[in-house]
Design a protein around this ligand. Sequence first.
Ligand SMILES: [Zn+2]
Length: 369
Amino acid sequence: MSAELHSHSSPSGDNTSDQLGRVENLLCEHLEFAPCTEHQRIESYDDQLEILNAAHLMATCSGMELTGSLLPINHQNAFPLIWKPREQDGGGPRTNNQDPVAQIARLAMWDDEADKVVQSNHPNMRQMLRDRNLDGEDDGGFAKMLDFMDVIEVHPPEMIFLDEQKTRELKNPDGNRMLPWMRLIASGKRIPGVVNTDAHYNFHGSGALRNWIRCSTDDPAKISTEEMTSRLQTGQIVMSTGPFMRVSLSDPALQVDAQIGDTVSLSSPEATLNVEIQCANWLDVNRVEVFINGQPQPELSRRRSTHPDSFGQGVVKFRQSLPLKIEADSFVIVAAIGERLQLGRVMGEKEGKRQPVVVSNPIYVESPR
Ligand SMILES: [Zn+2]
């Protein structure tokens, strides 16, 4: 399923995008699951889908973005939440502008601790994990936020291809969330990554960043919020600007191949990594990289220029089984990019300049019990 987990329109109070237009935008971009996440109030897209006679084309649920100050760290989305139409903020929680930990805890516990997805929006990873006042001295940050968080926004995805050195050379090194995210996972905190547009405009607002979520059905009318919640919480997610990707791990010890989000034990440190990438006919990828514990594996690097036979010209751009050497207590992530390529004018003038990029969430390998 193609999912957008962070969108805005005029009920958010900071833009002039019609909410009906937002829903049209999501539908036209073929987003199949999109919770309503306006700033500071619980809201729903149900009435807009009804007007468009399109409820069967997109699954949704009520939710919100809780928008406290201490930007950018104190913004969190949550869904599903119970919408109470005639109450203040649609029945949603208040912000806590002193303490992002207290705020995210309040959101996570809302609706009598009902199960929900709590998403950390566009965080400054350094501030969250290490340095709350950003004075360059480690002070533990707001790391307690992690205890209440199901998923974390880590866009832009192309940053995964920049190493530490190249990241330090960026005008804003904190703009690379991918490296600290992988370090976080390596430290044992398995918070799945997501990418979202945070769209505040309708025309080409939605669509240029999306999540492919594993799902038991291919029909949006049959998607349940409960299933989306649990798939997100367990990291069965691929992050993308457009390309679609499947990743699985084969090993004689496994009756079925391990999928993204799974934790498995292998018979030996040698397994097979299956990667398939598909693109619509206006975009392409030309480089595939495998990361183990956040480190790129040069021997598994594939480029159209060096491995032309590994890449296809049609819908399937890449379909290979790669020999993977992976020790226990490790995780593997696959990423692909169209270097020197763009999404193109299908995505409009601004977003069309983005590169085609796709990044998987981890498959985890543990020692046999
Ligand atoms: Zn937002």
